[in-house]
Each structure stands twice: as C-alpha cells, then as structure tokens.
Design a protein around this ligand. Structure first.
Ligand code: TXA
Ligand code: MG
Length: 313
C-alpha cells in the first residue's frame, strides 16, 4: 500500500475487486471508492473506510443498459432518460429485481437501488473488464469534500485502499444528479452534473418534483455534508478580516488572505469542475473562514449552490 496511485492499471484493479478488495477510480463526476456490489464484505468495507452510516445507500455502477436491467426494473421514463443521458452524470433510483444479486447492505435494505453508467473512459474500461456491478460512493471520508483528483483520494483515504486508478482531474467535478423513478412522480433527490432543465426538456410533459430539500429518501442529503474544516459563507459582498475568498467572475472582491477563482469567465461549468479542489485549497486553519461570491443559480450553478449550502453552517 506504499504507493496506491497507479496509472490506468485496470487489470490490477479488476483482480483486486474480484478478491473483495477496494479500488478508487475516476468518473466524469468525482472519484469513486469501488467494491464488488455483490460481495457483502466488500460493501461493508466501503462503509467502514468512509465512516459512512449504514442507512445511507450506495450508487451501483454498471457498463451498459443491459446490465442495469438485470438489477432493477425500468419503466418508460427511466428507459428514455437512460437512453439519452447514459453514459453520464445521471443516477436513476428504481425498484430492485427480486433476484437482484447486489448485496442488501449496498442498498441499505431499501427496495430500490440507485444506478448509473459513468462516462469517463477509464471508468467504462474498468467496468467492462470487471464484469460485476460496482458499488461506489465518492472516495472521501463521509461528510467531507468529494475528490476530483487522485491526490485528493490519497489525502483522504490513501492508507486504507490498495489502488487508485489515476485519471487526472474529473471533467464535471460535481456528483451525479439523482432522480427517483420508483414512484409515479419523478423526483429529483440530488441536483448534480446533469442540470434539471436538461431532464425536463427530455421528459416534456412529465412534471419533475424537486424533492431535494424535503425528501428523506436520499439519506445522505439530509445532514451537514461537503464540509470544510473552517467556516464557509455564501453570497459574500465583502471579505472580512482574515478570510480567504472563493471568487466567481471577472471582478473578485478583495483584499483577502488567499484567493481562488472558480471561473474568471463566469462560466458555471468551469466553476463546477474547480469547486471541490478550490474548497480544499482554501480550507486552511490559518484562515478565519471562506467567503464565497454569489454564483448564478442556473445550469450547474444549482448543484454548486446546493453543495455550498450544505457546507456552510
Ligand atoms: O457522481 C456520483 O454519483 C458519485 C460517483 C462516484 O458515481 N457517487 C456518489 O456517491 O456521489 P455518494 O455515495 O457520495 O452519494 C450517493 C447518494 C447518497 O446521497 C445516497 O443517499 C443516495 O445516493 N442513494 C443511494 N441509493 C439510494 C436509494 N435507493 N434511494 C435514494 N437515494 C439513494
Ligand atoms: Mg459523497
């Protein structure tokens, strides 16, 4: 375990997974901590290493729609979304099949499973080679900022995993959008890498319930999450003494003890890709806190503001 970063060593990763070990891998959203979803011991190890409460279920990753259909029961809406957005940053919550081989622990005993096909090339190659459904939460300690680079995983979990597939920086940088399709009304449980506007365009006449703040159904979303160790505040109009600034756009506030700019051009996609890395960089005990400038609540800005909201308390 001395040097768990290995460049695209997919075969080694596959061998580890098949013997019940855990591996971190890059997706287009964030790095995931992967284990064989059909192996309860591997799944238990994921919860243990992350320090994650066992009532908070994991997302199952597969490499094709056919594989997904073996695990959960699709309806027309689910199929339409899968065909249009997979591989991609969309997670569907659907009823488990009766003979679904995924460990009950992975789904925290629920009758539904959250499932997605990730888009990054390494993730897809890994999933195709391993030929198993992969349970993978974000590869960080529970409640902390998600990893968008291999070195973030190393900092957070390096001692406890065998291998990190290094795919560089995650392209989207914010977790997948989760939509619950297990009941009659599609309900967004977590905003994320696919903007809700894009889903609505696809579904035309179907109403999407934005349950993010009200629903107890994505248990991980209720608590303080994505937290920095120093205080963070949003929509800052000035920088207080001793604070670091997380800026957005061409006219950063100032002065500040440290500055990181999410996007000088004011582009929310660029800001999403930079968010977690910059939150980590400014999260230093010598700063009094992090002041974050206003970020427009459109497109990926909605998911960015959701993560910031959960980080500030
Ligand atoms: O982009 C992502 O989704 C990343 C990458 C690695 O795929 N994964 C990720 O996993 O963000 P995690 O464990 O950090 O977040 C999974 C979320 C949690 O909020 C959990 O409560 C919710 O998915 N979830 C999982 N299964 C569910 C289910 N059956 N019903 C409702 N929510 C579920
Ligand atoms: Mg997470």
């Amino acid at each position: 375990m001395a040097n768990p970063i290995s460049i695209q060593n997919i075969k080694e990763a596959v061998d580890l997974i098949r013997t019940g070990r855990l591996v971190a891998f890059p997706t287009e959203t964030v790095y995931g901590l992967a284990g064989d979803a059909t192996n309860s011991d591997a799944v238990a190890a994921i919860f243990k290493i992350k320090g994650r409460p066992s009532f908070n279920p994991l997302i199952i990753h597969v490499c094709s729609l056919a594989e997904a259909e073996k695990l959960v029961i699709f309806n027309d809406v689910a199929r339409s979304l899968a065909e249009n957005f997979w591989p991609g940053a969309l997670t569907l919550v659907l009823p488990r099949r009766e003979n679904c081989p995924v460990s009950l622990l992975a789904g925290s005993g629920l009758e539904t499973l959250a499932i997605r096909i990730p888009k990054s090339e390494i993730a897809l190659k890994f999933l195709q080679a391993v030929k198993l459904p992969i349970a993978a939460p974000s590869a960080n300690k529970s409640g902390s900022v998600s990893p968008t680079k291999a070195e973030h995983v190393l900092e957070s979990l390096g001692d406890s995993i065998d291998l990190i597939l290094d795919g560089g920086t995650c392209q989207i940088g914010i977790e997948s959008t989760i939509i619950d399709l297990s009941t009659n009304d599609p309900c967004v449980l977590r905003t994320g890498g696919i903007p809700i506007e894009s889903l609505e365009r696809q579904l035309e006449n179907i109403q999407i319930v934005k349950g993010v703040d009200h629903s107890p159904k994505a248990p991980g979303m209720l608590s303080r999450h994505y937290a920095t160790t120093i205080p963070l505040r949003m929509n800052a109009e000035e920088v207080y003494d001793g604070e670091a600034l997380l800026a957005f756009g061409g006219r950063p506030l100032g002065p500040a003890v440290a500055i990181a700019n999410l996007s000088r051009a004011g582009d929310v996609n660029e800001a999403a890709a930079n968010l977690f890395d910059m939150m980590r960089k400014l999260d230093k005990p010598e700063y009094k806190g992090i002041a974050v400038m206003e970020i427009p609540n459109v497109g990926l800005g909605v998911a960015i503001n959701d993560r910031l909201q959960r980080a500030c308390h």
